[in-house]
Design a protein. Sequence first.
Length: 226
Amino acid sequence: MKRSKTMLSFCATILVTTAVVYGCGDDDTVGPSRDGGAAETSTGNDTGALDGGGQKSGPPALGAQIDRIGRPAINTAANNTFAETATREAAQNAYNADSNRAGWVAAYRAEAAKNLGIYDGLDRNCGNQAFADNDAGAARYDTLGGVLADDRLWLDTRSTTCTTYLAVELNATGASPNADCGGRKLDYDVVDSTYSLVSGAAGVGDGIGPVAEKTNGTTFPYLAAP
């Protein structure tokens, strides 16, 4: 009886070990093609080519674009801002998915300009918004609308001075010549800067101050603790 129990225990150990080794493979395991075609994967997602050692040599194929690395709040504030929820969400999702950068200004300038008229009145003084052309009639806000519609972060890598959000755009339009790098540092209050730009009045903001854990980062990725 003792010998039988020992044998049963030994067989159970083998079964458990076998299940651990063979039962839980990595769902991203890559194997060679069995039909001479592309490398196969267990999920069908990781389709990078195999190098001579049987390892993937490139990144997986990218899917459809779902967002941009653009300026904060532009899509929210200047794209179908006052439309019904379903219409607004559909328009803003399409905006984020649009990868045709060369066509952004033509596609979104008119919509941005239309909404900029509302923000121009935040300080109760219409016509003092940056780039507003009071002699242009319905096209009064087209210049700033075009700047915002070209919605990407611009960075002058030649510069070693970085103090101002939207500095590259302000220099390019001649509104404020400078040699700043622009871009978006962690400590830029980008929403306050945007409000001041679209209202035409300095100091217009959202009333929310900086959070040290989010603005004092020194190690990439710059993520605050949960």
